[in-house]
Design a protein around this ligand. Sequence first.
Ligand code: EPU
Length: 420
Amino acid sequence: MNKIVVNGGNKLVGEVEIGGSKNAALPILFAGILTGEVCIFSSLPRVSDVLLTLEILRALGARIRFVEGGDVVVDYATVRPAIPPIALTGAIRGSVYLLGAMLGRFGRACLGGVGGCDFGSRPIDQHLLGFAAMGAAEDADNGTLCLTAAKGLCAADIVLKMPSVGATANLLMAATAAEGKTVIRNAAAEPHVAALCDFLTAAGAKIAGQGTDVLTVFGKKPLHGCRFAIIPDMIEAGTYLAAAMATGGRVTVKNVVPTHLDAPLALLREMGATVTVGKTYVTLRAPAHYRALTVETGPYPAFPTDLHPQLAALFTIGRRATGTGRVVERVWRERFRYTEELAKMGAEVKIDGECAEFLPSRLLPATVRSPDLRGGIALLIAALSIKGRCEITNAATVGRGYEHLETKLRGIGADVRVLG
Ligand code: EPU
């Protein structure tokens, strides 16, 4: 996926089937290591971050089979306590989950590097402090971060400085192997963290408080293989709803958990959209013109940072937006790289620290470069609103998180081609 070519201006109308959540799939695939047995996953999204995760697991010795009907069978019995190639782990953020999973299974974990979208610094101090509290000592082996729990992991009472998704997931995994009761306070409550709890529970773990900010793990229960369905991707769903807004269209996203989208739906309604919520679907009918608002991102259930760029793109579309839009980015202060590219399309943006202001602008066709996953999809949303041809380069960044993008967009009337 090198380039996306968009001839925008079409109203998007129709239905989109939402796939499994990338940010749930990654920790769950790594958590399977803890079982040492066979796990069968359904609704695993075929996005590059997930495919790379499977490559990492294969490099560690796991046997992986794609079966007819879409399930993926992973046999973790043959996973070895090895260091996977940095070329693989360095390409995705999710590889950080190897720390909790390998520590839990083998008492030692080593990781050469982690990748992911570049939002400036992405520290893992909260992960490391939590592991240390559970008795894991840190050493560096030729630039490789290693953790060892020489006497086994012990239970701990951990208070996170911020509700980090990654730290919560990593510590949950390690805690399943720690003797006694581990409590993680100020834990992330994102649906994908709750899904990890569900997976671990299905594998035999005992966890209380799932979906809240206090998680309690009663460790050392024997884990076993299981079947697990990955939850729908709320960010993918929100993205298609934003695309409907951008084009004055009407789109139904199917196979969603509507409550996961409470904050984005409230905002889209406030902007003027008509939103209908069913048990597993959401329909959005866009108004001809919508109000730009102020939105502040935050940990779940607040407005998700991973929908910030898509929303900001809506604020810049002069044909549809009225008023000044503002985004206050509380999670990734430097998640504004996409605005330089939006500016190439004519968007007027002012950035001041973690706040950005967007004026409804006359957007024009342009060639722009995707800076990261959500920034790239925001550029695509802007392009869908522009009459004329736009090109988005460095599109592999978008392929990290959007499955069957071309097919899904064409299915609702977009003139889009994904090249390479
Ligand atoms: N933080 C620390 N120290 C830590 C951990 C986090 O200071 O030890 C800070 C971060 O710098 C950031 C905030 O805490 O300011 C939240 O970070 P978090 O750990 O929650 O993020 P993450 O686990 O690295 C995941 C998703 C991101 C998503 C964030 C927030 C995956 C693979 N990544 O990242 O997804 O933005 O949670 O919800 O699950 C995306 O899908 O586009 C994406 C970037």
